[in-house]
Design a protein around this ligand. Sequence first.
Ligand code: FAD
Length: 467
Amino acid sequence: MSDGARQPAYTIIGAGPVGALMGLMLARRGHSVRLIERRADPRRTPAQRGRSINLALAARGLAAIEHAGLAARVAPGLTAMPGRMLHDENGALQFLPYGRNEHEVIYAISRERLNRLLVEAAAEHPRIELRFNTRCVALDPHAGSMQLRDEHAGSSSSAPFQLLLAADGAGSAVRAALAADGLARVDEQPLAHDYKELAIAATDSGGNGSDRTGGHGTGGYVFEPHALHIWPRGGFMLIALPNTDGSFTATLFLPRHGSHGFDRLAHDSDVRAFFAQQFADAAAAIPDLAQQFAQHPQSQLGTVYCDGWQAAGRVLLLGDAAHAIVPFHGQGLNCGFEDCRLLDTLLAAGSSPADVLSGFERRRRPDTDAIAAMALENYVEMRDSVRSAPFAARRRLAAELEQAFPGRFIPRYSMVMFHPEIAYAQAQRRGAQQELVLDRLVEQHGYGALQPAALAYVRELLDAAGL
Ligand SMILES: Cc1cc2nc3c(=O)[nH]c(=O)nc-3n(C[C@H](O)[C@H](O)[C@H](O)COP(=O)(O)OP(=O)(O)OC[C@H]3O[C@@H](n4cnc5c(N)ncnc54)[C@H](O)[C@@H]3O)c2cc1C
């Protein structure tokens, strides 16, 4: 395909995970797709260190991968995490399962591996044309034209498009262009906390549980591999996700300023002392801690709220470009993949693409607003609430209620992570109703084991709430 007469049906800006997956879904339906990516081809470049090395995939993301026919390709890169492993200040460990049964599991995957395999699948598809080192710098939705810059040569050119999907991430250039033309209104809410990634290397020997990784590891794990590790410390936290090679990627979340802020960690000695005091077991597993801390970037987090995801019925923002969120529910990419599945399903249902693109935000926005809010709330849960006795008691009661009232009472975390059939907005609404049920139950019957009278009371409450 060349610019001009033989334009592809769809141009996608950004061959990140959302852009590549969307392109594959469209190509499977018989559409021609051009994927334009500012970076170099990930099949030929090593991963960048220090920027969100791995992430958690849950049911929504996996459902989209399955919808695109890619489940078998992705599966070997997944490491199951059936629960959280809490590390307290003294190094004591407590495992909290995420769900009730063995299917209620989330999976760690390398971001670079996931992106590379999606790009590989796209490259194999005859209807997809890939262009790397090409940045979209401007566009005119009404005229259906965009400005591209060749990142190597530095030259610019104009190119036409029929329909354009912008999957160019949280700092979307397309979103900025729509906003500059008054077609979108953007509200970026930065978090006062930043993050920094640190690598925990595999051990030379067998390590911890290295026999349980499906045989794809090369080293031993210093911590249990089948868990999302959390060092919750109230106002801040460290987390770590397993990689398939025996290593972990840890992420430190701290306020930018203040007594436990990044600004207090200017010197190697400050970093070592802070880790020795707060995360001694993690510090012992990172011999080059101070060096990594100095070299890895301190990155910002935030939520992007955008009104006006589409323009002229031919441009649509998708994934982080439309609705970037903070990472504390592990749902940003899952949500972006769910966008792809929904859009593909709507386009396949037969309405005109212009109608589908125009109506997509109205349909999807309540859900992306809901997950944005729940992701912010989950930061408090991860770094703080998980440590409290009432939180543990409520979690236990919620699990018992789920058992007693299957399908009627489902903990909110489970609805978000394991039930893609329940939309985010519905999970948020039902979650709030269930919290009130729990409040009333605890008021009347305390935190004890659920007796028949307590169960009868909950049934009444659920009936009254329409649950
Ligand atoms: C610390 C951290 C942890 C996270 N953990 C999780 C997690 O556990 N689970 C989860 O689901 N989500 C997680 N997320 C969120 C997840 O990373 C994002 O939601 C996801 O990457 C969004 O995918 P995307 O394809 O929309 O955007 P991106 O991944 O940002 O991809 C955008 C692509 O567009 C390209 N691009 C950008 N501008 C242009 C341009 N002008 N022209 C051409 N190409 C362009 C970029 O190079 C890139 O390849 C995490 C995020 C962070 C920061």
